[in-house]
Structure formats: C-alpha cells, structure tokens
Design a protein around this ligand. Structure first.
Ligand code: C2O
Ligand code: CU
Ligand code: CU
Length: 504
C-alpha cells in the first residue's frame, strides 16, 4: 500500500517536489505492485580455521543469471553466478584468502577499504592470470564497519564489476558486538548491494563504455539489489539494520523511504559513527557505504526509494553537463519492505556507538594537492594512449592519466597527511584512496555533515569543490608495490582518473 499523500508531502518538504511529482513520475517501471522477487541475501562466509588463520576460498567464475523473466544474462560471480559471498571478519583476525581465477580472462581482487599491505591489496598490478590463484594473507587491523571487494583490473574494472565481480565485507569488533545492534545476518542485519544495469533485448548486459557512457560513467535503467530485480524483503523484527553499498559504476543514489519516515544512520564507509544521526534521506556515491537502522514497529509496508537529486545539490552536474544526461534526476524504487504481522521487538539503539578520536590538522606533517579534471577536447584526443575518453575527453589527476609504470606519490610510513582534492570539472567525482581510512576535515571550508563524521575511504567532491581529508599512513611499507587513489566512477577510473602511491 502506498501512502500517496504522505509521499507528496514528503517530496515537497525535501524540496524536490511539486504536487505533480507522484508515483507515475518514478522513472523506472518498477512500481510497488511489481516488486515481487524475494530479496536475495548473499551467502555468509566466516572462514575455516587452520593453524591460527581463517581461510576463505573464493573462485571467480562465469555463469548465467536470470534477472529478467524468461531471459538469461551471461554474468560473472564469486563462488556463484553473480556477485560473491559476504565475508565476515573480526578486528584482530589473521586471514588467508584463496582466490582462484576461473573467468577465462585476467582479473585482480581488491579489498576496498581494508588496511592491508600493498601486496595483499589486489590493485591493478596484482594480476591473477586465468587458471591461476592468488593467496594473500593479512591481519584485520581496523574497527567494525562495512567494506567490499571487487575487480580492479587495469582499464577494465568497470566491465568486470558490471558483470558481477563484487561482494560485501563485514568487520566486527569487541565494541560493536556489545552495542545490541541488529546483527543477525540475513534476519535483521541485511546487506543491500545496489546497482543499476542496462540490458539488451536478448537479456545480456549492455556494457558499452564509450561516448556518453565514458563521460558520465555508465548509467542503467534497471535496479538490482543483491542481484535481485524488483526485490521485496519481509522484516521479522521491529528494527532492521541495512548495510547499504552503492555498488554501481557511476550512479549516485539519494536513499529515502517513500512515506518520509526517518531512519538512524549508524555507520559510514569505514566505521560506526560516534552517535547515530537521524536522517530522512542520504546520498551515496559509487563505493560509499552506510549502515542504517530502520524502525518497522508500526507494521506498515514502505518502499526504499532513490529520490531525484535536488537541483540545488552541491553534487549536481554543472554547466554543459547539466543538460547532457539525466544524471540522478530520476526517482525510482529500490526495495519493497513488507513487515510480517508479529514483529519481534528489537533492542533500543545504544546512545554511544564507536569511540572515534577526531584527528587534528596539527598532526599532519605535510599536505598534497590533487586536481581532478576532464578536459573535453572534441577533436579526437590527440595525445593517444591512456586517458583518452572516446569523445576525445580525458580523465586526469593533476594533469596526468594513470600510468601503471609511474609512481605518482611517495609517502613516509608512519606519517599523517592532509590531502586536498579539488574538482575542476563539471560533475561530481567520488574520490577513493587505498591503504586505509581518512577523516574528512572540510568541504569548501565547511565542516563535514554527520554522515561524513566516521572513518571514510571515498568522498564526494562536487563540481568546483575542494575537499580536505586527513589520513595516517602506517604499518606497511613497500617501495615496489603501489596503492591507488582514483575516482570511483569506474569508467573514469578505467580511462585514466587514477594515480599510484607507495608507502615507504
Ligand atoms: Cu573500490 Cu581502488 O577501489
Ligand atoms: Cu579501494
Ligand atoms: Cu569521476
């Protein structure tokens, strides 16, 4: 049941709506009536213990998925046909990953957000040839949070992730397990890997990755949640924790509930927050995560939706890009929630979640500047080689396109730095760094909003904006193996908006 009046009022309050913006304007054909497939929940892998280590076996493989009625879609997955299992770790665990590549092509597997040695990070240089395996070992050295893993193959990450090479990672710690948060995986602790896809009429994925698909990044017209089209989930408890991962190549979502209900944000990319923040909507760019707790105690059905980005959003495209593509201007359904009739009562939310010490600017020994740009030479991009988008545009950081043979930055192990990211283009770029987690200092001089107060590894930098973050580079040093920093719009990354650093 849809509460139309409530929705209208909500859309108006949130500043995107006129009375005309009702259900029929939801761009996707997924009305709540057609949200009919039970939400798939990825299998949980907790590892098998041998010689003091937890071992995880992952096989990247090809398969055929059935997303659309009557059609099959060639896809890839890990231990399955599409996406991979959720890996669960605890802070302090020693883990051994066993990654077998049976894809028929090269790949790499990157643990996004994990603080691990460069050789274990799975960046583009750590190629796993077809038919071979990669067995990195590392210790979990970070607080509870929601992370993910995905292909990081050079110039080909977008396509491999699109076809399915991604999965979720959950880290717990002693503190987080004492909080009484919903944490029964698949029952009241639910991963939501949100992705948009486009299909050919024969059911195959339509990944073009040229022209507009490169410039804006690839947008799809069908939402998959954990690989489920038109998903429905049945809460059995009065509170449910959702671990939202924007696993899309390019699309930013503006998550909200269509009856306007508020929810509690308890965690960001790389940690829980100090205290929950009550929100009515939340924008997540590609690779950003959020843990939210939603109250279903009134028993009413509701839809998780994505609202259009407000036209005055600081992350909206500017100038000529404003009209080029309907980027994030659409509203659509994500997930239908239909609580069962006798809900088990959940614990109330703890007041204090994680203890996070805010890092001080004075702790930094140096700062570095990075400028993201997309010069759009329409004349065919004369320089040749990498960094050349198909419309002749280029995707650059500090005027350079990614070169696997060049280390762009050297960082001393143990040091704390401030990175200042300036966006000199007409669209938002989610900037991501490997090696660890940072704290946002400010965006155009203004302190971060509550949703950016935890540890993060990916941050939205709107057109014309400058974001500063502070980060400690520690524990691992390796002069040979680089970590990456890049835009997490995968078509931008694949076309050059990436650089490399070593920690020595
Ligand atoms: Cu999510 Cu460099 O990766
Ligand atoms: Cu990463
Ligand atoms: Cu970008």
């Amino acid at each position: 049941m849809i509460h139309t009046a409530n929705r209208r009022k909500f859309l108006e309050t949130i500043g995107i709506g006129s009375a005309g913006l009702l259900l029929p304007d939801f761009a996707f054909s997924q009305t709540s009536a057609s949200l009919v497939n039970e939400l798939k929940v990825p299998e949980l892998l907790t590892g098998s213990s041998r010689n003091g280590r937890l071992h995880y076996a992952l096989t990247a493989q090809t398969g055929v998925s059935n997303f659309l009625p009557g059609l099959s879609t060639p896809s890839i997955g890990i231990n399955g046909r599409f996406l991979g299992p959720t890996l669960r770790f605890k802070n302090g665990d020693d883990v051994a990953m066993h990654v077998q590549n049976s894809l028929g092509e090269e790949t790499t597997l990157h643990w996004h957000g994990l603080h691990v040695p460069a050789k274990a990070d799975g960046g583009p240089a750590l190629i796993i040839a077809n038919g071979s395996s990669w067995n990195p070992e590392f210790k979990i050295m970070q607080p509870a949070g929601t992370f993910w893993y995905h292909s990081h193959r050079l110039n080909n990450t977008g396509q491999q992730v699109y076809r399915g090479l991604a999965g979720l990672i959950i880290i717990d710690d002693d503190e987080s397990s004492q909080l009484g948060l919903p944490s029964d995986y698949g029952v009241d602790d639910i991963p939501l890997i949100v992705q948009d896809r486009r299909f050919n009429t024969d059911g195959s994925f339509r990944y073009v990755g040229m022209g507009m698909d490169t410039m804006t990044g690839l947008f799809g017209d069908t939402i998959l949640v954990n690989g489920t089209v038109s998903p429905v989930f049945t809460p059995t408890t009065s509170k449910v924790r959702f671990r939202l991962l924007n696993g899309s190549n390019a699309r930013t979502y503006n998550f909200a509930f269509d009856d306007g209900r508020k929810f509690q944000l308890i965690g960001g990319d790389g940690s829980l927050l100090q205290q929950a923040a009550e929100l009515q909507s939340l924008e997540l760019a590609p690779a950003e995560r959020a843990e939210i707790v939603v109250d279903f105690s009134d028993g009413s059905p509701v839809n998780l939706v994505s609202l259009p980005m407000a036209s005055n959003s600081e992350f909206a495209p500017q100038g000529m890009m404003r009209n080029m593509h309907p980027m994030n201007t659409e509203a659509f359904h994500i997930l239908s929630l239909q609580p069962q009739s006798n809900l088990e009562t959940s614990e109330s939310l703890a007041r204090n979640l994680a203890s996070i010490r805010r890092m001080q600017e004075s702790e930094a020994s140096r700062s570095r500047q990075f400028t993201l740009s997309m010069p759009m030479g329409m004349g065919g991009g004369g320089r040749g080689g990498r960094g050349r988008g198909m419309m002749g545009g280029e995707f650059l950081i500090n005027g350079k396109a990614m070169d696997i043979n060049i280390i762009d930055e050297q960082i001393s192990v143990g040091s704390t730095e401030i990175w200042e990211i300036t966006n000199d283009s007409m669209m938002m770029h989610p900037f991501h760094i490997h090696h660890g987690q940072f704290q946002v200092l400010d965006r155009d001089g203004k302190p971060p909003k509550p949703q950016e107060m935890g540890f993060k590894d990916t941050v939205k930098v709107g057109p014309g904006q400058t974001v500063r973050f502070i980060m400690k580079f520690e524990n691992f040093s390796d002069a040979e193996t680089a970590y990456m920093y890049h835009c997490h719009i995968l078509e931008h990354e694949d076309n050059g908006m990436m650089g490399q650093f070593v920690v020595v």
